[in-house]
Design a protein around this ligand. Sequence first.
Ligand code: TXA
Ligand code: MG
Length: 347
Amino acid sequence: MASAKRARYRTEPVPVSVPKIWPAQDGVAEAVAVLRQGGLVAFPTETVYGLGARALDATAVGRIFAAKGRPPRHPLIVHVSGEGDARPLALGWPAAAAFLSCAFWPGPLTLVVDRADRIPGVVTGGGPSVAIRAPAHPVARALLAALGEPIAAPSANRHQSLSPTTAAHVVAQLGGVIDGVLDGGPCAAGIESTVVDVRCIPPVILRPGPIDRDALSRVVPGIVAASPRMGDDEQRASPGLARRHYAPRARLLLERTKAGAVDAARALAADGSRVGLVVYPEDDASSESGALLWRALPCDPAGYGRAIYRVLHELDDEGADVIVVLAVPEGEAWRAVADRLERGSSS
Ligand code: TXA
Ligand code: MG
């Protein structure tokens, strides 16, 4: 009580570290200067915002792990401008890597290949492979071009939290521990890239994402999804496969039917919880929802993917204790959002 009073009447300014927020392309030169000094810069990609450092500077990359609270064995994705910059970072460039990068780069596809010695071990969590992608967002591309070097960048959130799809989301989670954010507006895809291990034949999808298996199979026939029942060793190989990940602060509860979702939400609200309810389609007008924080999303996979993290961030900010989500349909096109919702709801 005494300390609360002291805090209320305190007059001297409280020292806080505030990151610079640079508008879109205008801040690229300043962001490059920060990166060259070993700093951390968050930047937009077409999937989610990344937290970047120079990939070949082991000390700077170490700061990413500290800022996120990320365990050191979780490898990072290295961002490049294109295949020409990716090849020198890999020991070999399998045919599948050549076909997939040609078809989908720049874009939301990450390729796992054998790592060349010049990649510091801290980037790969000490492992023998490295994940590489060429993002499509114009601000990410301008940053990579101006820096002229690869950028290591995980999603710009605290470990196991929701990925950011706006600059404001980044500042809310990491504002005090990074040097700046390039603000490129909301991300177009809204969920993280598809990750494919091309070291094996057939290649394996380690993380479903905006480019689905049907699209990948048209380029590399026979590509397979990672087994949902992976052993501990395989999970360690790609920690993004860990069960709990991509989670809001509120408890996430998945319901198979809309009636089930509405009933569950009402029952929780009646027990005194502050409850978010996420359904589809977007024009669902049945929001006679009383105390529920009701959100209706588009019912196409791309539109839903673009919106889902934003909506979960909003409901967290509105103080939801629990968020009830109507599960998305079965099928390849919905696989990536279904995966994020399942992981976010695992305890
Ligand atoms: O869309 C994205 O991929 C975003 C943007 C910023 O590029 N990045 C992102 O990074 O989501 P992160 O660190 O949050 O997720 C990286 C994923 C994890 O699932 C990780 O396990 C996997 O890629 N990964 C990274 N390096 C790997 C490697 N060498 N082998 C297997 N999986 C790897
Ligand atoms: Mg992440």
